[in-house]
Design a protein around this ligand. Sequence first.
Ligand SMILES: C[S@@+](CC[C@H](N)C(=O)[O-])C[C@H]1O[C@@H](n2cnc3c(N)ncnc32)[C@H](O)[C@@H]1O
Length: 226
Amino acid sequence: MMRSLTARQAYRLWAPNYDVENPVTALDQIAVDQLTPPLTDRTLLDAGCGTCRRLPSPSDTGLRLAVGVDLVRGMLLANRDSAAPRPTVLTGDVRDLPLASDVFDLVWCRLSIGHVKEIALVYREFARVTRRGAVIVVTDFHPEAAREGYVRRFRDAAGNSHVVEHYPHQVDDHEQAANAVGLRLEARLECSVGPDVRSYYVNAGMTQQYEEQQGLPLVLALRFML
Ligand SMILES: C[S@@+](CC[C@H](N)C(=O)[O-])C[C@H]1O[C@@H](n2cnc3c(N)ncnc32)[C@H](O)[C@@H]1O
């Protein structure tokens, strides 16, 4: 059995080639598009933003503010186009955000919370940095995929395969942690292997795996309101 890397170890290695899309990231994108309200005039925090590839620029979207926070500096700096406007980013931990209270009315936490064991600390921080009426969208590697033995795996730039430490959290765990700080679960999506992501399997020569995995929930997406 391969030893898992901590998130910090893993994303330092993964940063240079992280931005390649895969079935999990493609399903995350579909879910977040469905759960996110219009961006205009909002203040957005992308918590665990990685390379900031999802972080919209205020000038393109009408956002008043967009801030990304990630644990791994190498992710924040990866693939930075020097000609593009610099996003506002901070190195930090979602359990203890380096941000003032009552600033944001929209939070994304995309495929990051599963790297954290103590999700109560994360929801406490989301409640602290948001304003009343805020929307918080959280996605995670689906606990059912974890139960079936699937792991979060990547190949580094040298082609070596690694597994990243991941803590499966059930919907009830999220809901309990969120309710404890006044957040209410409003919507939930389960995104499974199917036609939306078939091309990733076909292009990788993994048609048989596609057939085997069809219907397997890969991404859990939740929307909370404060
Ligand atoms: C799968 S990547 C997702 C990145 C980005 N949200 C996206 O969708 O492209 C997970 C990210 O979570 C970050 N992360 C893991 N644990 C974290 C923590 N405790 N605080 C902040 N970021 C964390 C990792 O460094 C990594 O960049």
